[in-house]
Design a protein around this ligand. Structure first.
Ligand SMILES: [Zn+2]
Length: 110
């Protein structure tokens, strides 16, 4: 088992959780609009599974509580920023705190 790439070990569990997310959710967690799951990947409105807390910030890509359905477009805008920041960019929702872009938010309210 390659120890240099921890994401490789998660590959099969990632596929599992992606299937569950696609089956469970119908709307984008960021912009709140319906996701057309028949759209294919290069389409900006196609379905994508996003980690709420990015892996780069210690979030788990295989934990049900840390994944959500998004549009590819919305996920690109969110990138490694917070969910609140992406919502702000896409829907004009107010940012909860001025420092939201530099500090990862917690999932305690979910
Ligand atoms: Zn969206």
């Amino acid at each position: 088992m390659p120890s240099s790439n921890p994401r490789y070990a998660f590959a099969s569990r990632r596929r599992e959780i992606r299937k569950r997310v696609l089956a469970y959710y119908d709307t984008c967690a960021i912009c709140g609009k319906p996701v057309d799951k028949s759209l294919k990947t290069p389409d900006p409105m196609s379905a994508e599974v996003d980690e709420i807390i990015p892996v780069s910030r210690g979030g788990s890509p295989i934990e049900w509580g840390n994944v959500q359905l998004t549009h590819r477009r919305c996920n690109r805008i969110k990138s490694n920023k917070s969910l609140a920041w992406a919502r702000h960019k896409l829907t004009g929702a107010p940012l909860p705190k001025p420092r939201a872009t530099s500090v990862p938010f917690t999932t305690s309210g979910l």
